[in-house]
Design a protein around this ligand. Structure first.
Ligand code: SF4
Length: 563
């Protein structure tokens, strides 16, 4: 492995800073603004893959590309309009993505790419990876520089969801994990001018420090400081494998402050899992989702069509298992297998034993799947953001989501997922909302997806209430004894600075409070004595002001006390 300095980072950024999907979205927004539409409206009509607003620097980059290529004339007025008006995040929360250090994941999955200097499965020119590399994977500098970038383009940064990516989180040494999270919190806790990076980084791999020797006191003090920090943490996400999820691991994740776990399910067909050398079976995925649910985590599953051994028909059948066989993820990322030279699958393809789907096949397949997504699930992605130059054969379009939406439109169908039903406007008439209670039964739980819905059938806010059944896995966390769980409260509206009011903005009409009240009523009526919420560090005070008390790892409300 060579030195990281051998990469020309400037050239790399210039070429690959933005994905084709981002640039094509930027062009659509620019065209609309050019023809007189307001910038904020155009941006809201074309959210990015994460559901947020496209950053202004992407608009400016696309504008420059269009001018440099001669396709567009210079337009000073347009440039001025893009640069003005601060824009806000659509979902009310700003996502900051950070990557862990390079690390050869113990998995051997044949579709997974490997690149020097990157954590397993990430390519250096994927969005987010360049920033991580530039910052030498230092968590403080990654978070800090991202916050500064957001502030520079007018995004509020008071509520941060931290998304930690990189191979398999659970297989990094725990002292490295703790250090990594601690440094992320340092960056959220300091004011904008920042501070120097901390030294004393533990090795990410090698002989692990025994858990009992890891001093969690410094992390706890950062957590406490974050409760009233400038940039409060409202969600902490890690990604790992199903076979890493154990009761003990979940206790550790709670100690770190994790609230959401992304897991690669990839397929629920054991034959396909084996052919692709996943190293776990579907039963382990089901067990992991049940454990995560019992501990109140939000569950994101990655699912991959077109794996070795799958067909269009077997993929359709496999997708149904997600909803019918007890997995029922809260969010899903559909990642069609992409044939990459650095993955073992490439050799299988060279021998003629693997065929990637065509773009048209994929569009038809995903459109079929999208029609069937239950209303409680959010589809975060329908393709991974890998620059198409890496794809050897098969689909190279990164704008697949728009293609699929177009296909659905042609069919006269819609997708009912959470993302497709989120309110798109900042104004919500609270008197027009009605409360919907969608009940479903994944393995070992009864779930209530409580949502406030507009007359146009858009979701203004929702809460995920989990009622574990008698067979649910038992976890060594006293907070959860005879507890119903609030796994997520999400109220839409433009993100506002703390304490700032905006008439009609969904976050400020008490929807969260009303949803919690309803959840308490349901849990009490079903015989639970407690309601435990998996509160992110920066939301603890919010729950405390709504009758919850601090437990050891959750915020807990005693349901026996209330009238
Ligand atoms: S577990 Fe994930 S990161 Fe590891 S090899 Fe498999 S796909 Fe890649």
């Amino acid at each position: 492995m060579g030195s990281v300095k051998t990469l020309d980072i400037d050239n790399w950024r210039k070429k690959h800073a933005y994905s084709e999907e981002q640039l094509s979205l930027a062009k659509i927004v620019l065209e609309e603004v050019k023809s007189g539409r307001r910038l904020d409206r155009a941006l809201r009509s074309h959210p990015d893959a994460e559901g947020g607003l496209l950053a202004k620097h992407i608009l400016i980059a696309e504008y420059k590309l269009l001018v440099e290529s001669g396709e567009w004339q210079e337009d000073e007025e347009l440039l001025k309009r893009i640069r003005m008006k601060p824009v806000r995040t659509l979902s009310g929360v700003t996502t900051v993505t950070v990557l862990t250090k390079e690390y050869p994941c113990p998995g051997r999955c044949i579709f997974c790419p490997t690149e020097n200097y990157m954590p397993k499965s990430y390519l250096a020119d994927e969005p987010g990876a360049a920033r991580a590399f530039q910052n030498k994977f230092d968590p403080f500098n990654q978070v800090h520089s991202r916050i500064l970038e957001y502030e520079a383009v007018g995004h509020p940064t008071d509520k941060i969801e931290l998304l930690i990516l990189g191979g398999t989180w659970s297989s990094y040494r725990r002292d490295y994990q703790k250090w990594f999270v601690q440094r992320c919190f340092d960056a959220m806790n300091v004011p904008a001018q920042g501070e120097a990076a901390m030294t004393g980084e533990p090795e990410p791999v090698g002989a692990p420090t025994p858990a009992e020797k890891i001093d969690l006191a410094p992390l706890r003090s950062r957590h406490m400081a974050n409760e009233s920090a400038t940039h409060r943490n409202v969600g902490l996400v890690i990604e790992t494998r199903p076979d890493e999820i154990t009761p003990e691991e979940l206790v550790w994740l709670r100690k770190l402050g994790v609230t959401k776990v992304q897991m690669g399910a990839q397929s629920l067909d054991d034959r396909v899992l084996e052919l692709n050398l996943r190293g776990h079976d579907s039963a382990q995925t089901l067990k992991a989702t049940a454990l995560l649910r019992a501990a109140g985590f939000k569950i994101v599953l990655h699912w991959m069509p077109n794996l070795l051994g799958a067909t269009l028909d077997s993929d359709r059948a496999d997708f149904k298992r997600l909803w019918n066989d007890g997995y029922a993820p809260d969010e899903i990322k559909i990642y069609p297998t992409q044939l990459l030279e650095s993955a073992a699958l490439y050799k299988v393809w060279q021998k003629g034993e693997y065929t990637p789907y065509t773009t048209e096949e994929l569009i038809q397949l995903i459109a079929d799947l999208k029609e069937t997504i239950p209303q409680y699930c959010r589809v975060n992605r329908v393709i991974r953001d890998i620059p198409s130059t890496h794809v050897v054969e098969g689909n190279k379009r990164t704008s697949l989501r728009q293609d699929v939406m177009l296909e659905l439109h042609k069919r006269g169908k819609t997708c009912q997922c959470v993302r497709c039903r989120e309110v798109r406007t900042s104004k919500v008439d609270v008197t027009s909302l009605h409360l919907d209670d969608l009940v479903y039964t994944p393995a070992y739980a009864e779930e209530h997806f409580l949502s406030y819905v507009t007359p146009e059938d858009q979701i203004a806010g929702y809460l995920r209430l989990s009622l574990p059944d008698t067979q649910a896995p038992k976890l060594p966390m006293a907070d959860l004894d005879n507890a119903a769980l609030v796994r997520e409260v999400h109220v839409y509206g433009q993100s506002l600075a703390v304490g700032q009011e905006q008439a009609g903005a969904a976050q400020h009409i008490g929807l969260g409070t009303a949803l919690l009240k309803k959840a308490s009523e349901i849990a009490r009526s079903k015989g639970y004595s407690k309601l435990a919420v998996i509160a992110a560090i920066g939301t603890r005070k919010y729950y405390e002001s709504r009758g919850f008390e601090r437990g050891e790892l959750y915020l807990v409300k005693d349901l026996t006390k209330e009238l």
